[in-house]
Design a binder for this molecule. Structure first.
Ligand SMILES: Nc1ncnc2c1ncn2[C@@H]1O[C@H](COP(=O)(O)OP(=O)(O)OP(=O)(O)O)[C@@H](O)[C@H]1O
Length: 216
């Protein structure tokens, strides 16, 4: 599976509908930026999509989902936990295999933090922690990337480096983003969410920033 076609997506909290019913058809090659004001429903939608496509996706959740007590290596390795036998994962906890160390190190190098390989995740900065979650998604290497504000804690040059990496490595993605200019630069389709509904769905090259700003 590379794309997906989901319908009947709904979510409610305390009896109040915050998403849908909503239909989203994402084709292979679609790099979708989910935009919309705070509280519009982007994170909830990413979670709903993840529930449906699950193992076919690499997820970068907004809360990152890292295990603070474990080193960076192990947090990145978790991206492939379900691809290995239990014995392999258990051995890795104590003595990681050479080929995995090499692969994780290459990813960290691409994210400019190879020196942090064995550092406990708890002692990293916010931007470094975000890059660990990104490395875990890259390591998983699933057909679809689902990412919820993956560059929110990164400085300008690092945000560009990460978006370039993500769009190079994942042919199909749904990325919730607040930065409209970054969304238009790195994604080829813009989906605007307003009050839990799709209020805009256009190719990025047919929009200007002010078209998107009307959602805010
Ligand atoms: N666990 C929850 N319990 C109750 N309400 C929730 C919960 N999660 C989200 N909501 C509500 O659902 C709506 C959509 O929230 P969501 O986090 O999806 O928005 P968002 O567009 O991702 O916002 P942001 O850009 O601030 O991250 C909001 O009104 C929010 O208060």
């Amino acid at each position: 599976m590379a794309g997906f076609d989901l319908s009947g997506l709904t979510a409610s909290f305390g009896g109040e509908r915050v998403i849908g019913p909503l239909t989203l058809n994402v084709k292979e090659g679609d790099q979708v930026a989910l935009v919309g004001k705070s509280g519009a429903g982007k994170s909830t939608l990413i979670r709903l999509i993840h529930q449906r496509v699950d193992r076919e996706s690499s997820l970068v959740p907004q809360d990152l989902g890292l295990v603070n007590a474990l080193p960076v290596f192990h947090n990145v390795f978790m991206g492939q936990l379900d691809k290995h036998a239990t014995w392999y994962n258990t051995v890795t906890l104590v003595r990681p295999f050479k080929q995995d160390r090499k692969q994780v190190l290459e990813l960290l190098d691409a994210l400019r933090m190879s020196e942090k390989l064995w550092i406990p995740t708890a002692s990293l900065s916010g931007g470094q922690r975000q890059r660990v979650a990104i490395a875990r998604a890259l390591y998983r290497n699933a057909p679809v990337l689902l990412a919820d504000e993956p560059i929110s804690a990164l400085d300008g040059p690092m945000a560009h480096l990460v978006m370039q990496l993500l769009t190079d490595r994942f042919n199909t993605s749904v990325i919730a983003m607040h930065d409209v200019n970054m969304a238009m630069k790195y994604c080829n389709r813009i989906v605007g969410i307003q009050d839990g509904q799709v209020a805009l769905d256009e190719p990025a090259d047919q929009l200007v920033a002010s078209d998107i700003m009307s959602l805010y």
